[in-house]
Design a protein. Structure first.
Length: 269
């Protein structure tokens, strides 16, 4: 029977655990949750999600896929224990931001590594995850990981690992950009005299409806913008301000800054 171990059972680790169970990709008995200590194990026991253990032991090596979901800065704390029990056939899936496949290979002295970049909507099954693998990973292993990752939303496999820096800047950090815009719009509504609850409902529903329209319409984005914009109207007034302040350029520069930081983190790991 296929077994999965998850090292690092925080928000993202538990998101995967619950998703794997929901889609029947593993049974509770074959899902190993590796707690950082006895207190954490007791907490995981109370959730009744899988079989929890304190620390990395031989049970982890019995699992076909080992997910590393610890914070990047905590990776060093699991290296020695994990390295000592890994078997050649184990597929190691890392969801740690900024730590390259090569670094993980060297640290663990292990060849079969897959690195993924999810985003927070994965918690609702509406995320998007890009992933890549070492040259030693075969098609069957890629397929297994794709099935696991797709339980939390859309997936895309990238041949070039360096593209994960762009993914980090776009979709990894992307939810915060939208939250930022929504927050600004709600604040504008409050300044115009609306109750916060009313402004929040209007803005959130507008974003939700706009997404579905954009996603289902055959029209290009420029056409959708034009469809809302009447000459001399309110939307045109807003867009003129955006253009005058070069909001599009500022947004692109911000995303490039996120990409640059992702590249720095990968090099300084």
């Amino acid at each position: 029977m296929f077994k999965i171990a998850i090292i690092g059972c925080g928000n993202m680790g538990l998101t995967y655990a619950k998703s794997f169970l929901q889609f029947n990709l593993v049974t509770r008995e074959n899902l190993l949750l590796v707690a950082r200590d006895k207190d954490h194990k007791q907490e995981l026991d109370g959730m009744d999600i899988g079989v929890s253990v304190a620390g990395i032991g031989s049970q982890v090596a019995d699992c076909g896929v080992i997910v590393i979901a610890v914070k990047p800065q905590d990776f060093h704390s699991v290296v020695d224990d994990l390295k000592s029990i890994l078997l050649p056939h184990n597929v190691v899936l890392s969801v740690m931001a900024g730590i390259t496949v090569e670094t993980i290979q060297k640290a663990l002295d292990h060849e079969i590594i897959i690195r993924a970049m999810p985003n927070t909507p994965a918690q609702l099954g509406m995320g998007v995850t890009a992933f890549t693998g070492s040259k030693n990973v075969n098609i069957h292993q890629v397929s297994i990981i794709d099935n696991l990752l797709s339980t939390t939303g859309r997936t895309i496999f990238l041949e070039d690992e360096q593209q994960l820096d762009a993914v980090t800047a776009l979709s990894g950090s992307g939810p915060a950009y939208f939250f930022y815009i929504v927050k600004s719009m709600i604040e504008a509504g409050k300044e115009m005299g609306l109750e916060e609850s009313v402004a929040a409902m209007l803005v959130k529903q507008t974003m939700l409806g706009s997404f579905h329209l954009m996603n289902q319409s055959p029209k290009k984005l420029d056409e959708l913008i034009s469809a809302v914009t009447s000459k001399g109207g309110t939307t045109e007034a807003a867009l003129k301000t955006f253009n005058a302040r070069k909001i599009d350029e500022s947004l692109m520069k911000a995303i490039f800054a996120a990409q640059h930081r992702a590249m720095e983190l990968s090099k300084s790991e």
